[in-house]
Design a protein. Structure first.
Length: 120
C-alpha cells in the first residue's frame, strides 16, 4: 500500500479477497432472477428501463424518491432473485406519488403492470 492511503478499502464487488497469512478467499454470488421466473425478470428489466428514463426528466423530490425505491427493488432482485411483496407495495405507492411527473413515460406503465401480475 502506498503512503497516501490509510488502509481502507471502499466497496469491492464481484471479487474474492484474501487477507493475512492464513486467509482464504472465497467467492459467492447471490442468485439472479432465473429464466424460470419470467415475471421477476420482466420486473427487473422494466425497473432498469424506468430508471434510465427517469434520468431524462427534470429531477424533483418525487422522481428522486421513485428512483431511490426503484434502486432498492433492483438491488433486491439482483441479490436474491425476487422482490419482497411489501417492497413492491412501497414501490407502487411511490409510483402513485410521482404519477404526474412520470405519466408520459411508457416505462412507468410497464412497471405497474408487472407489479400487478406479481401481486396476483
Amino acid at each position: 500500500m502506498s503512503d497516501d492511503t490509510d488502509g481502507r478499502v471502499g466497496r469491492i464487488t464481484r471479487s474474492a479477497v484474501n487477507f493475512g497469512d492464513h486467509g482464504r478467499a472465497e467467492y459467492h454470488e447471490a442468485p439472479r432472477a432465473s429464466a424460470a421466473d419470467g415475471t421477476t425478470a420482466e420486473l427487473l428489466e422494466a425497473v432498469r428501463t424506468l430508471r434510465d428514463h427517469l434520468r431524462l426528466l427534470t429531477a424533483t423530490d418525487d422522481t428522486a424518491g421513485l428512483d431511490g425505491e426503484l434502486a432498492v427493488v433492483q438491488g433486491e432482485i439482483e441479490r436474491t432473485g425476487r422482490a419482497d411483496p411489501a417492497r413492491l407495495g412501497r414501490l407502487r405507492m411511490r409510483l402513485e406519488t410521482a404519477a404526474a411527473a412520470v405519466a408520459g413515460l411508457a416505462s412507468t406503465a410497464a412497471v405497474v403492470q408487472v407489479i400487478a401480475q406479481l401481486a396476483g
